[in-house]
Design a protein around this ligand. Structure first.
Ligand code: FUB
Length: 327
């Protein structure tokens, strides 16, 4: 029997899900997660254990309703340019169409970002023949601003290959910046009207501390690692992301969608499992955090499940830190 989902418990338990991008579409809550495969192959720092092959869409009428799995909406075998590893996706609505943005390795093993379309938020989605020209790395997240301009944020270190693009082209020998140098920021590109190409070359976003100095690569509790998400609240842009090696979700604020952003603090303390990945959505005016952990698999890093919890703003617009296991 389908039961109502409670905060801080897996939205679904019949499959492993991760990297939730949540949106309100057509009056319901839609969640676009990665679909973790249930396998016992070895793990490494390149993320080879994250060998996802398809996407499912989840939805809830509201927070008092069961979570529905709409089934497989796109499989890697149907994406001509993609070879493997369908990592964290996002979705957006524009032009009376739903767009699913997703990263995968191409046939040269380079991560690219593709688009698939559907007239329905629950898909199924039809992929474009090729990836978005000029796209690279992982974890696309799309903000449609109040003026209807669409921005894609993306990028991720290590297995996500962001370091390899510092020269502007893919260099497999390129390593991350020296610890004493500014950290790499996520990338942003405005999307064209049809949502299928970039309007301009992607630019790096600068994340600064309160003094206006860059966040340095050695500052692993604050520097960007992967999983960027941008939302808007009271006219301010909030860029939130995972710090990877230190396992926090943190955030920075700006008056401009493309930054620079000023670091503000932590949103989510570490969860069970290595990765942490989230999205923030307002439902009926209330803010919620969707995130994942590995509690359903008793801590297996590549068998994750998606959860949600309430999020709270302070009066000055800053966000209160969430401890996911504190009752
Ligand atoms: O799910 C695969 C990767 O793990 C995602 O792309 C990252 O954000 C991390 O959650």
């Amino acid at each position: 029997m389908e039961t109502t989902v409670k905060p801080n418990t897996p939205l679904v338990t019949h499959i492993y899900t991760a990297d939730p991008s949540a949106h309100v579409f057509e009056g319901k809550i839609y969640i676009y997660p990665s679909h973790d495969l249930d396998h016992d192959d070895p793990s490494n720092d390149n993320g080879d254990q994250y060998k996802m092959e398809d996407y499912h869409v989840l939805s809830m009428d509201d927070f008092d309703s069961p979570c529905i799995d709409h089934g497989e909406v796109l499989h890697v075998k149907d994406v001509p340019w993609a070879k493997k590893q369908m990592w964290a996706p996002d979705a957006a609505y524009k032009n009376n169409m739903y767009y699913l943005f997703f990263p995968a390795r191409d046939h040269d093993d380079i991560f690219r970002i593709g688009v698939a379309t559907s007239p329905h938020p629950a898909g199924p989605f039809t992929p474009q023949e090729s990836y978005i020209p000029g796209s690279f790395s992982i974890d696309p997240a799309v903000l449609i601003d109040d003026d209807q301009k669409a921005y894609m944020y993306f990028g991720g270190l290590w297995g996500g290959q962001l370091e390899k693009w510092q020269s502007g082209t893919f260099d497999p020998a390129d390593e991350g910046p020296d610890p004493s140098a500014p950290a790499l920021g996520p990338m942003v590109a405005e999307l064209s009207e049809d949502m299928l190409t970039f309007k301009e070359a992607p630019q790096e976003i600068y994340i600064l501390d309160e003094d206006g100095s860059p966040i340095f690569a050695s500052d692993e509790e604050r520097r960007f690692f992967e999983g960027a998400w941008v939302h808007k609240h009271n006219g301010c842009y909030y860029l939130s992301y995972s710090t990877g090696t230190t396992h926090y979700i943190v955030y920075a604020m700006s008056q401009n969608p493309q930054g620079p952003y000023t670091y503000k603090g932590k949103i989510l303390e570490p969860v069970l499992g290595w990765t942490t990945h989230h999205s923030i959505v307002h439902v009926d005016g209330k803010p919620y955090l969707f995130y994942h952990d590995c509690s359903l698999s008793d801590g297996v890093n590549h068998k994750r499940s998606v959860k949600f919890t309430e999020l709270t703003y302070n009066e000055d617009g800053t966000i209160q830190t969430i401890s996911p296991y504190q009752t």
